[in-house]
Design a protein around this ligand. Structure first.
Ligand code: GLA
Length: 343
């Protein structure tokens, strides 16, 4: 039986690089997304057609990752087979309007949509969405070699547009929160593309592992920031740990500010988050800092880099009234930047 499923992209409103350090994150589903049609096959071939790529690709489900765009699809099908949803290969037709290399979870959305399409094709109503998210994370960690946390897969498997998801990445408990009615989290691509597989994400993960070993905990987010500041840890590693400890607190404060409809407070926390990503986690780039600065000068309440970093998108909190003028001014100053959508 054929199966069809969709998954949205996501923007992380705040809480970067803390989903593998015991923190709480705050992603929201976007209106852009990916749709997959899957037809199980009797042989081990994987046939792929995708609207973001010109040529169809043929792989074998037994193949290891090769650096090709089709790797996430092959990895997702291997997980689908391990879960008993398909018996061999599959033909996939993929339609997506999530920009790649933008920090909007195009890869997580694709793997989750493939797993959900395989579930639909299997016709047995299992596994549930949380298990799908965990399987999609295994594709990244074990097949693609990206040591990411659970945020992206969880958000795109479960979150719905219009709500933010406060996700405790340790317990996997989450709360769904209303987004502001009179303000928008605008998502803008900086024009600088990046790949999670390019090694910089992994370097930050290794640095966090060094901090974990020093403090004797897996949960850098739960350390007292003052204890981190006064430690005699190597200066670079100390900054990485400090970002985790302060960012986690900013997420919890943002959740409270959103509940209190304190948009100015949310904006201040976003700005502080960007400074921490820029100076302590060192995951921003000069053109992105300039975009964030100009987003603020043009009238946003807050603005920050979002996602894995080293390129990709910013998100800015902007009043709906005057939003179009704000956007016009920002894109006029930054011709390489591109409006993606709002949340
Ligand atoms: C990528 C990873 C996530 C998370 C973010 C940074 O999107 O896939 O697990 O670590 O970067 O917050």
């Amino acid at each position: 039986m054929r199966g069809t499923a969709s998954a949205p992209g996501r923007v992380n409103l705040i809480g970067e690089h803390i989903d593998y350090n015991g923190g709480t994150v705050l992603p929201a589903a976007l209106s852009v997304g990916v749709t997959v049609e899957l037809e199980p096959r009797d042989d081990d071939r994987v046939l792929l057609v995708a609207d973001q790529y010109d040529d169809p690709v043929e792989r074998l489900i037994s193949e290891e990752a090769s650096g090709d765009w089709s790797d996430p699809s092959v990895g997702a099908l291997r997980e689908a087979r391990a879960l008993g949803l398909i018996n061999a290969g599959a033909s996939l037709t993929i339609r997506s309007n999530i920009p790649q290399g933008a920090g909007l979870s195009s890869s997580a959305a694709l793997t989750v949509a493939i797993l959900k399409a395989a579930r639909a094709a299997g016709g047995v109503g299992r596994p549930d969405d949380q298990e799908i998210a965990l399987a999609a994370r295994r594709v990244e960690n074990d097949y693609l070699g990206v040591p990411c946390g659970i945020m992206d897969q969880f958000a795109v498997a479960i979150a719905k547009p219009g709500m933010a998801m406060a996700l405790d990445t340790k317990s996997l408990q989450y709360d769904l929160l209303d987004l502001p009615q009179d303000h928008t989290f605008v998502v803008i691509h900086s024009g600088v593309s990046r790949k999670l597989t390019d090694g910089r994400y992994k370097t930050r993960k290794i640095e966090c592992d060094q901090a974990k070993a020093y403090f004797g905990t897996d949960d850098l987010c739960h350390l007292d920031p003052d204890a981190v500041r006064s430690s005699d840890l190597d200066a670079t590693i100390r900054k990485r740990a400090l970002h985790c400890a302060t960012e986690h607190r900013r997420v919890l404060a943002t959740v409270e500010a959103l509940k209190a409809k304190d948009t100015a407070g949310v904006g201040d926390l976003m700005n502080a988050s960007h400074v921490s990503m820029r100076d302590d986690f060192e995951m921003s780039l000069e053109p992105i800092d300039a975009l964030v600065d100009d987003a603020m000068s043009a009238g946003a309440l807050g603005a920050r880099l979002t996602g894995g970093g080293f390129g990709g998108c910013i998100t800015a909190l902007v009043a709906n009234e005057g939003k179009d003028d704000w956007l016009y001014e920002l894109l006029r100053l930054h011709p390489r930047a591109k409006f993606i959508c709002g949340a």
